[in-house]
Design a protein around this ligand. Sequence first.
Ligand code: FES
Length: 206
Amino acid sequence: MHAGTGNRIDPDRDADDELGTCGCTRRSLLAGALALTLAPLQVAAQNEPSARNARPRPGDRLVFSDGERAGQPVSVADLAIGVAPRFAYPADAATQTVRDGSRLNQVLLVRLEDKDISDQTRPHSAEGVVAYSAICTHYGCPVTLMHENKRAVICNCHGSTFDAGNNGEITVGPATRRLAILPIKSVDGALIVAAPFIGRLGPPQE
Ligand code: FES
């Protein structure tokens, strides 16, 4: 009596394709095991932001984000008191990679008179220069204007006004949340990120 055809090995198939008791092939089991082994690594890699998308890190150098000097380092001497904000991105110090893959990484830089900088904000400033998220916390427009008081910055879209001398606090709405501050330091005049953003970035999520 012949064995049933269900257990018969197809001579055209490789041994590694033999059916196991679960109905799986040895090859597919091996592939599955390998996939399970690699899956956490792949998920970790997917979750790891690229250098361009990563948020500013201590040691990053600030570089101009636009204009003729885009990509060039920003120094304290490039900024004057009372003028409109300048815009910058952080750049990895080792690789020079500019972190411009996320708009939320753009920062505004303004220089203030020392008397206009609060005790809370001073440790995060560098020779009168302060750095904040450039993205308005109302609807996400860039914050582009300097108030005539030479201390506050204004979003041109709906007029939200933020006190650059005091932690980016709101002085005029409609925004309801302050700007995130980016602690910086000066190294031989160059502006360097001292710590990650403090505060939430961008408008509230709906
Ligand atoms: S987006 Fe800035 S005030 Fe509305």
